[in-house]
Design a protein. Structure first.
Length: 334
């Protein structure tokens, strides 16, 4: 306030300093009268009328204390004020918007130029770190990485199912395995056919699972690992039915289809192989069977560990292939 050099006198004391425009506003709002003594630094005291060049009839000369408010009219006996029977309906006052980390200060009204509310820059030292799965900033989707994101999703889910199969299969009784073999009909002659049939059925279950994950978290684990989304990076309103059919189509005919078949090929094939033969070529090598009364008896624990080793081996092999594909895709995307 470099130009705040004006004062006015009240009860013999100097009040100020103020800007000249504030002295004028004091007169308009009747804080002081045109006859109040005002002066600027280095000048003599003069009345506000003379110092500011106000016209003679600009403001009343009486002091603010002498200004009387008009009295309210007294109602006559004939004028009866009717009693109110219904309460007045008052419109609730809408609270003014409050700025926070997500909402910038109001761009209209009295707070538009408030220096206490700087523009929101989208960054805050006090804002908590984003959740790694739900609040992360996704990069724009790269077509070369979409297939790999789908591979990761199906590979994780399918191998989880595969481990369940190989853990349950050795614990089944021979009679149960026989009933499963009869139900499969052609499993003795063509186990590979049933492998692909079961894999195709699992497509629906896996697609539904991925649909639920994306609808809840906004992205699947594969999309989070690869930093890409199969849709846009703006979280639109989820449409589960549309997403489900899209997932089923991509999983069957797109990049995720062959992942299902690769993931289920070894565990399902070996399951049917065990049902048909009872033994595998590695049983004698790893001593997973013993001969009792000229009949081979399987060691369930060792058999289970052997099948788990087969599944883990397939996971390592397919993971190596997927790593090579990822490197190629990143090279293409860049």
């Amino acid at each position: 306030m470099a130009d705040a050099t004006w004062y006015y006198e009240k009860d013999g004391e100097a009040i100020g300093p103020f800007q000249k425009r504030l002295i004028e506003s004091f007169i308009r709002s009747k804080v002081i009268t045109p006859e109040t003594l005002v002066w600027e630094d280095g000048t003599e005291k003069q009345t506000a009328r003379v110092a500011l060049g106000l016209p003679e009839d600009a403001e009343p000369t009486q002091k603010p204390a002498e200004i009387k408010k008009p009295e309210a009219p007294t109602p006559t006996p004939e004028q009866q004020v009717p009693e109110k029977t219904t309460p007045e309906l008052t419109t609730p006052v809408q609270p003014s918007p409050i700025a926070d980390d997500a909402t910038p200060y109001p761009q209209t009204g009295t707070d538009a130029t408030s220096p206490e509310r700087p523009p929101n820059t989208g960054f805050s030292l006090t804002k908590p770190l984003p959740h790694p799965l739900t609040d992360f900033q996704m990069t724009p989707p790269k077509p070369a990485l979409r297939g790999f994101a789908k591979l990761v999703d199906f590979y994780i889910v399918i191998q989880a199912f595969s481990l369940g199969v190989v853990l349950i299969a050795p614990s089944l009784s021979p009679a149960t395995n026989m009933r499963l073999m009869v139900w499969a009909l052609e499993v003795k002659n063509n186990p590979m056919m049933w492998t692909f049939i079961i894999a195709a059925i699992i497509v629906v279950a896996v697609s539904a699972f991925i649909t639920l994950v994306r609808s809840h978290f906004g992205a699947t684990l594969g999309e989070w690992i690869t930093g890409t989304r199969l849709t846009t990076h703006t979280f639109e309103k989820p449409q589960p039915l549309k997403i489900f059919f899209r997932e089923a189509y991509v999983s069957t005919l797109g990049a995720g289809g062959y992942t299902i078949y690769l993931g289920w090929l070894l565990p399902v094939y070996w399951y049917f192989y065990i049902i048909r033969r009872g033994l595998t070529p590695w049983d004698n090598t790893f001593n997973t069977v013993v001969v009792h009364n000229n009949q081979p008896v399987k060691k369930t624990i060792l058999k289970t560990l052997l099948i788990i080793a087969i599944v883990i081996g397939s996971m390592v092999f397919i993971g190596f292939v997927m790593g090579v594909l990822k490197a190629i895709n990143r090279g293409i995307a860049s």
